[in-house]
Ligand binder design. Sequence first.
Ligand code: SF4
Length: 486
Amino acid sequence: MPNKLMQGKGLTDRLLRNWFRCRRRAWLDKYGNAERRLWTAHRTIQLNDQQQGFTYLIESKPKRGVKACEEGTAGVVGIRLKGTLNSGQVIEAHPPLLQRIEGESRWGNFAYRPVLWKQGKRLTREHRLGLSLVGLLLEPFQKAEVPEGLIISRANRGIKKEKITLNNGLEKQLSDSLEKLAFDLNRKEPPPLTADRRKCSLCSWRSLCGEEAGISGHLSEVSGIGARRLQILEELDIHNLEDLAAADLIFLKEKLDYFGTQHGEAAQQLIKQAMVQRDGCAERLDQKPALPELRSAPGVLIYDIESDPDAKDDFLHGFVNLPRRKCGEWNIESAKYHPLLILAENGEDTAWERLKWKLDYYSDWPILHYGETEALSLSRIAQRQGASQDELKALHNRLIDIHARVRKHWLLPVNSYGLKAVAGWIGFKWSQFEVDGAKALLWWRQWRGGRGTSRGNSNSLRRIYKYNKDDCLATWAVAKWLMDNS
Ligand code: SF4
């Protein structure tokens, strides 16, 4: 046992869910220093969505506690279920929702089935076995069989329902998983960092694990290494950034080729990237100027979109208009931020009219953006709104992806080529602390939820604008660095 905390405590549905996401996470949830936990906007978004989904499903607000079960309420929350496995292991679950169905239970001629909310499209073990765990504990609690559970998720209009049969096969898988979870929780040290570090951005332990990854030179810290490549490199006895930086190119290429030519072709890039990160020195890849289009441009529009991905809604198109003085200097003091808030109910034609006006007004100014999203979104709107081939071509020629130019011209000592990492390395500082896309999305949902009804909501909108403006300015900081270092 790692410490006294664990003694006498059972395995919970929450620990199991987080263990499926990352084995280390469950361990940290149990033993980690709570002060190192960070709040995640993503979790709040998920809980809000879940609450809306449940209310939609049962067409009323769920009630709380055992009394609500006794009364046969359509939906019940706030129940804590407890039981013991044959192995003697105590298990607990706090089902997000119990839905009344036909049947016979200790309370009368009705019973309950467990319901889980699913964020996104994929149905995973986390959902199926989470339901199975609740079903296992619900059965003795209500004295009625629980043959099925329900997974609901957001659909185009309303919710999508997926029934899951809770059979012996699922129960066997659950028992195996609980055994492995118990084993991991009995470790003295936390399990290793997850191979797929993309998950970390949604995890409350991201700061703690990020620090450890940096200190230990974890391979996932090398830009270009995902879960599969990390596994392959481990098999080749390359365990950290130092090992990779010191690897022999011919050996590595030959070995990586065996796993697929895409890995072999990346060998040189990976070694160079690891060297740059190890030494902390940027390396230029292409001697040509990175942004020749800006030499004679009278100004630039710096463009960034904020989106609600679940609703497929690009709700904010933000621009910073940055003019140039006659002497050629960029007049950053005169730069103006112009947010175009796009409300879906006003129609895409209205949105395009406003965007087109903006683009036409500054027709000879290039449009800088970071990553593909902005170019794709703008081109698709233009296409759908009937822009001619010539107009599309002109738009395409004006759009300059700063991220692509960085990748083409430089290797930087950063663990990601995302805007936050690159602009941060250059020294750019965001004006709001710990803000990311998820937090901006949460503010947006809050504003949408009660538009015009409270001061808090308009504050939300102001914060989104500030965040979006900062992203535009960060994009400019990177573009400026590229020009200054060409
Ligand atoms: S931050 Fe990443 S590695 Fe750490 S517990 Fe969370 S998901 Fe696992």
